[in-house]
Write a protein that binds this ligand. Structure first.
Ligand SMILES: Cc1cc2nc3c(=O)[nH]c(=O)nc-3n(C[C@H](O)[C@H](O)[C@H](O)COP(=O)(O)O)c2cc1C
Length: 315
């Protein structure tokens, strides 16, 4: 497991009987060079102690959303930003349900909802709980959000029943997390380019025509590609959106600027042209602000179709 070296894992332990296995999972993460911070839900503290977790992980254990000491040192938002990945093992039916609904009534659920990182769940529960339509619906929802699952397995349960719902072994969890980072590393070799947002085409120095576009689609595509490990460049027209630091953001205003910026950043392995560049531009931009007048005729011309030009020019 070479890919865990120096990786920052935010490890969330929920209150299930298999919480005791989290000690072994932490041991494997540590043995392979990962850095760990742990969140214990209130129920998890009934099954494992913060002391045993902290001594094994050599990292801080967090539990209370309203801890003044923790908020001052690393608040719940910073905690989610710190991590390369969030692993929840065991993930109880209760926490799965909260994550599916977007409930944020404790530190674990708040950090996960506030996170911009991938989330891996290792569910563990009684077979009836796992097979219940509510849990099935919640899991389907979480998969739709992009959460990844490890297990659960079929086997004998602590409650004496048999079926699906048993948490995967710590060795399986550690290997799957290692594989996740390997995929990230392999994808890093690939470059992605995304264009987003509208473009502004100036009439005079203070007025422009544009297309109505929020840019959200392109920003989400760029985030998703970056999360999958692509070295991602986002070329964006004017938007109010923010993007994570791992993405190379190039801001442009006009379609001509978008064309130049795009050409300068090609070739790439994946290019997604999602920008809604203005279809027309002013034939001849006024150099000075146009004075108020009763009528004004503008001569528009077809704008540069930057993506078609990029496709034809790029080898
Ligand atoms: C002995 C015992 C074992 C439990 N094991 C599980 C379990 O394996 N999976 C599960 O989903 N809930 C289990 N529960 C129920 C959870 O502890 C309970 O739903 C709790 O609210 C979960 O809180 P959390 O999701 O915030 O950690 C168990 C409860 C007890 C008393």
């Amino acid at each position: 497991m070479k890919n865990l070296l120096n990786k920052k894992i935010l490890f969330i332990i929920c209150g299930g009987i298999s919480a005791y296995k989290s000690l072994e999972t932490i041991r494997l993460f540590k043995k392979n060079g990962a850095e760990i911070k742990t969140i214990l839900t209130t129920s998890a503290k009934e099954f494992v102690t913060p002391l045993s977790i902290t001594s094994l992980s050599q990292g801080k254990v967090y539990s209370d959303l309203f801890s003044v000491e923790n908020e001052a040192e690393m608040d719940h938002i910073s905690l989610s930003r710190w991590a390369d990945i969030i692993v929840i093992a065991p993930a109880t039916a209760n926490t799965i349900s909260k994550l599916a609904q977007g409930t944020t009534d404790d530190l674990a659920s708040t950090v996960v909802l506030a996170s911009d990182k991938d989330i891996i769940l290792a569910p563990a529960m009684n077979v009836r709980m796992w097979e219940h339509p509510t849990t099935k619906t919640n899991i389907k929802k979480l998969k739709g959000f992009g959460y990844k699952l490890i297990g659960p397995e079929v086997g004998d349960m602590a409650c004496g029943e048999y079926g699906e719902g048993k948490m995967s072994d710590p060795s399986v969890i550690a290997e799957e997390v290692d594989k996740y980072f390997l995929t990230q590393k392999n994808n890093k070799k690939f470059k992605a380019l995304v264009t987003a947002g509208p473009t502004n085409e100036y009439i005079d120095p203070v007025r422009f025509i544009t297309n109505k576009s929020s840019g959200k689609q392109g920003y989400e595509l760029a985030k998703s590609l970056s999360k999958k490990g692509f070295d991602t460049t986002l070329i964006s027209g004017p938007t109010n959106l923010e993007i994570t630091k791992d993405i190379n953001l190039i801001k442009v205003e006009t379609a001509d600027e978008m064309l130049v910026a795009t050409q300068e950043n090609l070739p790439v392995d994946v290019a997604i042209f999602s920008a809604a560049g203005a279809d027309f531009k002013i034939n001849k931009k006024y150099e000075n602000k146009i004075k108020k007048q009763e009528n004004l005729n503008l001569n528009l011309e077809k704008n540069v179709e930057y993506f078609i030009m990029c496709l034809t020019i790029t080898p």
